[in-house]
Design a protein around this ligand. Structure first.
Ligand SMILES: NC(=O)C1=CN([C@@H]2O[C@H](COP(=O)(O)OP(=O)(O)OC[C@H]3O[C@@H](n4cnc5c(N)ncnc54)[C@H](O)[C@@H]3O)[C@@H](O)[C@H]2O)[C@@H](O)CC1
Ligand SMILES: [K+]
Length: 491
């Protein structure tokens, strides 16, 4: 897992580390890493045109020192000082000593913009002077007529570093070079896509980060490790059976999509219980279907949700699974049935895992408040209140546990913002729960795989939920270690 820390924890670690180092060492390390990445982007540093947007703090200092390094290698470096009276003096001197200059306006040619406007000291969106300078620099062209590449120092300026919120104007970076550790804005909220590609430069901070990380971000290896392995002795029941109670005669599509999602997961068998049984069996002949949950036979986890409606039968379905001692996923309509609070005791009294998968509107109905600018904190509050793992859908889906652990999914895709993809996710999640994964691991794994499937489906053009469901199985298979040949020819 990658880890992101909040600003106060980063500052505490920096203070502790700096006490052991000569003054300025950390900034030199940061600037060296920043300049190295800029040089890689420019390829030919000699003769390149670099514009620095320099704010009042140390973020501007990083930019000035990196500018000095690039100027020493023959780049034409121009610094636009947004608050000249408070500029990092030593950084400015270093830039000038290396042949860089300051100017009021960006020069005609700009290959690279280094955004040193503001870093972890940010408050609010970009101020007007900074926004105007950025706009002008962005409007310039590079040596070869190309648009300038934008490299953000530490974070794209204008974002809220601790929450990933974007309260006003902000920089859209191509690359963000950050120092010491990731921060929440790199991985959650609307800020995360503004960071572009994030490079983490080691400045020796990690051993000094004493606090727990605010957010964990899974990578491919974590997902490979989480997925249950096939064993030669497996048969369908040992791999787990997932029960799906979604859809209805009126909304059979939801049932087809969620069973499709479940079929891509690790379980050996998928059972369906509900009004859309005929449609489900037609679409997926391997699914064993009944009309009611109580007739479905044994399963190791239930998914109840989308397309179910909110009538008495639907409420009974939710009550039945909540009263069981099995892991449960509640999605869509099932979440709306929780709103009146009549199932609160059932929910809070459970000892078996419960996962809720709201999008923003469902979240607002359930929690009584919008997720707001701090989506991680909002998901954590709902998780604690409901004693459930909460998967809050979004471009960077968040998974929060009742104990306060938070994860951000890195594989988000705009392709998933289309009707029915949530049904596919819920089905897959149920299969992972039935396969024995802990609820937060199942939620994180499902979001990750679902995101990859969305990206895969988008390669072919506009995406429907069926495309995502169809892409899911190959994506899952690609990450699961397959059956190995046991007779190997010696080379
Ligand atoms: N503390 C350290 O040891 C290190 C810090 N480093 C750099 O220092 C940065 C933090 O420096 P500072 O604490 O000086 O803070 P910043 O440089 O992030 O911000 C300082 C100033 O920016 C202005 N500002 C705040 N919000 C703004 C907005 N929305 N628009 C425009 N201007 C705004 C304010 O006047 C504030 O005083 C890090 O992000 C990183 O880039 C690195 O050099 C690594 C070492
Ligand atoms: K910045």
């Amino acid at each position: 897992m990658r880890k992101a820390w909040r600003v106060a924890d980063v500052r505490a670690a920096e203070d502790a580390l700096m006490a052991h180092l000569p003054e300025g060492t950390l900034m030199q390390r940061a600037a060296a890493g920043l300049a190295r990445r800029c040089a890689l982007i420019l390829r030919n540093v000699y003769g390149a045109h670099v514009t620095l947007l320099v704010g009042a703090g140390n973020n501007g200092g990083d930019a000035l020192y990196a500018g000095a390094i690039l100027a020493n290698r023959g780049a034409a470096v121009t610094a636009i000082l947004l608050d000249p009276a408070r500029v990092h003096e030593a950084g400015l001197k270093a830039l000038k000593d290396s042949g860089g200059r300051t100017a009021e306006q960006p020069p005609r040619t700009v290959d690279l913009i280094i955004d040193g406007i503001v870093g972890i000291g940010a408050k609010g969106g970009l101020r007007s002077g900074a926004a105007a300078a950025l706009h002008k620099a962005q409007g310039r062209r590079g040596r070869h007529g190309q648009r300038p590449t934008i490299v953000a120092v530490d974070v794209p300026s204008g974002v809220d570093v601790d929450t990933g919120d974007v309260p006003g104007k902000a920089v859209q970076a191509d690359v963000t070079v950050t120092f010491g550790c990731l921060k929440p804005a790199h991985v959650v909220g609307p800020a995360a896509p503004l960071a572009g590609e994030v490079e983490l430069v080691d400045i020796g901070l990690r051993p000094w980060l004493m606090a727990d990380p605010a957010i964990l971000v899974p990578d491919r290896k974590d997902i490979v490790n989480a997925l249950p392995k096939h064993r030669p002795t497996d048969e369908k029941y040992t791999r787990g059976v997932v029960g799906i109670a979604t859809g209805s005669k009126t909304y059979p599509g939801a049932a087809i999509l969620s069973t499709w999602g479940a079929l891509a997961g690790p379980t050996g068998m998928v059972r369906y219980a509900g009004g859309a049984r005929q449609y489900v069996v037609q679409a997926h002949p391997s699914v064993v279907a009944t009309d009611r949950i109580t007739e479905a036979g044994r399963v190791q986890a239930w998914v109840v949700g989308s397309g179910l409606g909110t009538d008495e039968a639907a409420a009974t379905a939710v009550r039945t699974v909540l009263a069981s001692s099995l892991p449960v996923v509640l999605d869509a309509d099932a979440l709306n049935l929780l709103v009146d609070g009549t199932m609160a005791d059932l929910m809070r009294g459970r000892s078996a895992p419960l996962v809720l998968t709201p999008h923003d509107r469902e979240f607002a109905r359930l929690a009584g408040e919008e997720p707001g600018p701090d989506r991680v904190a909002a998901a954590q509050r709902l998780a604690a209140h409901t004693n459930a793992v909460v998967l809050l859908k979004g471009d960077r889906t968040i998974v929060a546990t009742p104990s306060g652990q938070a994860y951000a999914n890195p594989t988000g895709s705009a392709a998933l913002a289309t009707g029915g993809t949530g049904d596919v996710l819920a089905g897959l999640l149920g299969s992972l729960l039935a396969g024995g994964l802990r609820p937060e691991v199942a939620a994180v794994t499902a979001a990750y795989l679902h995101g990859l499937a969305g990206r895969e489906a988008a390669r072919q053009g506009p995406v429907s939920a069926s495309d995502v469901a169809a892409a899911l199985r190959p994506v899952v298979n690609d990450l699961r270690p397959g059956d190995q040949e046991n007779v190997v020819t010696p080379k």
